[in-house]
Design a protein around this ligand. Structure first.
Ligand code: ADE
Length: 418
């Protein structure tokens, strides 16, 4: 067996769930059918570091059917679905290096094993492949034509590499495609984070107060869906425009220090570090639930909480109780790792359909044109973005109007005014 997965015996359940997700991914399916005929990725080696989910499995099949040789490792130690990893290895003979719950050392060993395939293209969710190549595997740099990045946090990391002048190959920021962040970040994170919260705790949200830290696209989606379940939503922000938007969207806006005094649930989606800190734990209500749905597990200062606690124990799968010295209890979900993937299944397939359609088309674009691109962070070509939107509308049975010749003329003229 080529790869390192928990149990290949899980393959048949993995295969059934991958097929179920495939049914929700018509855009990716259409691309796969074309890739199968045209083989635009023939001879291309792709290293992918993504959450190992049913949706990712369908992306891997698509790349492979397009002629690529693909190797996959996990982009988070807690998000791997072991049955999916097993199915990819056993049914499709894809090298997959991912075990749910793997320790840090195994996580990085798996990244190196994927890089051992000497990729022409990299595909990241959080920039760990790019960063490992630039730090420890610089011998690979000559052979890499380009890479893609799936998530906001990864794009921020890569832009700072580009700004520091150390990025050595072109990256396409799939996250920044409109058909990615306006849908996946908002509707995907909104639903899947609540899915994780509810699966882990079985809490009733109606009538409860929930704080959402961060009002980017993820925060917007989460606040909207929590409101839909009857929660009183508070938003915390550091950006005045976003804070104003949250206020006018109907939420209460206040600093975290005030929010924690009244919140039953606090969820971070900022992409920044130490958003919930010692002084916040000190002011929390008894039985407050704290979770993170941002990419890295840095948003909740768990060492500070551990320091304040006399006792800690797991009270349900994925729910850890910290008993503070004054008797108050604080519950942390999924070790502060991204809740939607660690306690649920990540974004639903119907929304990953668009994100991964962008990924597949960007791999085709980079295989063709990567060598001509500068080593910088690039946007997804708008033709790809529009193609994904059109295919999704068509798959949803929706048609739209087209501009008339008169409207086209009007839009391109500057002479007509009042
Ligand atoms: N990121 C968020 N949700 C995901 C999913 N279902 N699969 C892969 N990556 C994801």
């Amino acid at each position: 067996m080529n790869g390192d997965v928990r149990d290949v015996g899980l393959a048949s359940s993995g295969w059934d769930r991958i097929s179920w997700a495939d049914g929700e991914m018509p855009v990716l399916r259409a691309i796969r059918e074309r890739f199968t005929r045209e083989k635009p990725l023939a001879g291309v080696r792709i290293a992918a570091c993504l959450h190992v989910t049913t949706e990712t499995a369908n992306l891997m099949r698509t790349l492979r059917d397009g002629g690529a040789q693909v190797a996959l490792c996990a982009s988070n130690p807690l998000s791997t679905q072991d049955d999916v990893a097993a199915a990819l290895v056993a049914e499709w003979h894809l090298p997959v290096f991912a075990r749910r719950g793997e320790d840090r050392e195994t996580y990085y060993r798996h990244i190196h094993q994927v890089l051992d395939t000497k990729p022409h293209l990299t595909m990241d969710d959080g920039a760990d492949l790019v960063s490992t190549i630039h730090h420890d595997r610089t011998e690979l740099l000559g052979g890499v034509r380009g890479g893609s990045e799936e998530t906001t946090t990864g794009v921020i990391r890569l832009r700072s590499m580009a700004q520091a002048g150390v990025l050595r190959y072109p990256i396409v920021a799939v996250n920044d495609a409109l058909t990615k962040h306006l849908f996946d970040n908002r509707y995907g994170t909104g639903q899947s984070t609540l899915d994780g919260l509810i699966r882990a705790t079985n809490l009733l949200l109606a009538g409860r107060t929930m704080t959402v830290a961060g009002y980017g696209n993820c925060g917007r989606g989460l606040a909207m869906r929590a409101h839909g379940l009857g929660a009183h939503v508070i938003v915390t922000e550091v950006d005045p425009t976003r804070a104003l938007e949250a206020l006018m969207d109907g939420y209460r806006v206040m600093p975290m220090a005030d929010a924690v005094r009244v919140s039953d649930v606090v969820v971070t989606v900022t992409g920044n570090t130490s958003v919930v800190r010692r002084e916040h734990f000190e002011a929390m209500k008894d039985r407050a639930v704290v979770a993170n749905s941002g990419h890295f597990d840095v948003e909740i200062d768990l060492p500070a909480l551990a320091d304040l606690a006399d006792e800690r124990r797991t009270v349900r799968p994925g729910v850890e109780e910290f008993r503070l010295r004054d008797g108050r209890r604080v519950y942390v979900l999924a070790e502060g790792r991204l809740l939607n993937l660690a306690a649920a299944e990540g974004h639903p397939a119907a929304v990953m359909d668009m994100s991964f359609a962008n990924q597949a088309l960007v791999m085709e674009y980079l295989a063709r044109e990567g060598e001509q691109l500068a080593p910088a962070v690039h946007t997804v070509p708008s033709a790809i973005d529009r193609q994904v939107a059109s295919l999704k509308l068509a798959a949803s049975g929706v048609t739209i109007d087209a501009l008339t010749p008169e409207q086209l003329r009007y839009l391109s003229s500057w002479e007509e005014g009042t």
